[in-house]
Design a protein around this ligand. Structure first.
Ligand code: BEZ
Length: 220
């Protein structure tokens, strides 16, 4: 089955986009990347999603993350629809990220982004609401796949990127609903001795009925 798994190297494809033809690795450079598909231009949920993504694009830039969208529509439709997307934000500025035109569905099929249950009025298959986060090493760090009927939360994607970037640097994991500045958890494969050396702010352990000392917190 086509698709891409965590840790796989993301393919270096060429594609037509709203900013011309791109080579994906050249587009990314040394940055992180977030690639997200939507089912169809000129549809309501997609418009709200891309408008929100555009409104917080500065926050992705601050985190050194390049954004790129994708759907099965052509470049002309993407460019025309982009104006609606920005108008939804009461803006006449250009969309701050490109959209890939994958009209032949080659890329979406390769990457496992198609939604088998979703077809347009002409019976053509559509992309799901897929998200890939790609690291500077070009490996897949996170993916998610929502159906066409459920819009995503782009604030949550920023939170995930904060966790991915932190845990790429430090031997920690981030707990439920973690936000930057909150306590983090010591990785289970780190011994108490190593943890004491790695985390000068100290490690606290929450007691649990099992008596096992696995809920170890630290502050960075
Ligand atoms: C939407 O964006 O609203 C949408 C697109 C395709 C199927 C269902 C909803």
């Amino acid at each position: 089955m086509p698709g891409i798994l965590l840790g796989d190297v993301f393919p270096d494809f060429e594609a037509d986009t709203t900013v011309g033809r791109i080579k994906f690795y050249d587009f990314l450079g040394d940055s992180w990347g977030i690639m997200f598909s939507h089912p169809k231009d000129f549809t309501p949920v997609c418009t709200t999603e891309l408008a929100f993504a555009a409104s917080i694009s500065d926050k992705f830039t601050e985190r050194n993350v390049k954004m790129i969208a994708l759907s099965v529509d052509n470049v002309d439709d993407h460019i025309f629809w982009s104006k609606d997307v920005m108008a939804f934000n009461s803006s006449t500025a250009p969309l701050p990220f490109p959209i890939i035109a994958d009209a032949n569905r080659k890329l979406a099929t390769l990457l496992g982004m198609m939604d088998p249950d979703e077809i347009d009025r002409d019976g053509n298959p559509l992309t799901a609401r897929c998200v890939f986060v790609i690291g500077p090493d070009k490996k897949l760090k996170m993916s998610c796949l929502y159906p066409a009927t459920t819009g995503r939360n782009f604030d949550e994607l920023l939170r995930v990127i904060d966790s991915l970037q932190l845990t790429a640097q430090k031997k920690v994991a981030t707990p439920v609903d973690w936000r930057p500045g909150d306590k983090v958890m010591v990785l289970p494969n780190i011994s108490d001795e190593e943890a004491a050396k790695l985390f000068p702010n100290g490690v606290t352990t929450k007691d649990v009925p099992s008596g096992k000392k696995y809920l170890r917190y630290t502050r960075l």
